[in-house]
Design a protein around this ligand. Sequence first.
Ligand SMILES: [Zn+2]
Length: 115
Amino acid sequence: MFCCKCGAQLQADSRFCTSCGNQTGVVNTPSNYYYPKKTLGSGEATASIILGAVAFFLPIPVLDIMVGIAGLILGIVARKKGSEGIAVVGIVISIIGTINALIFTYYVLSGQLFI
Ligand SMILES: [Zn+2]
């Protein structure tokens, strides 16, 4: 760009003319500044992952199934809110956790495993 006062060639982002000192009107804001956008439903998605993992490792029959299902519901809620990636991870972990909880509960209730 050129200075509107003296016509000197200037860098595109310069605020003042290097020749005459005239203000160019360019406000220096970093154009590539990254604003971290908090994805909607990311809280539910994170909770879904945690609940899925808890359901997987929790050594309490029946309760672990409920925790897994709660994680699954939260994952679906998070996905509906627009949190795609983490929500899918949460759903998958919750499904695995719930299946593991079902197997664990089955073995405990049928007397094949003692805790
Ligand atoms: Zn100038």
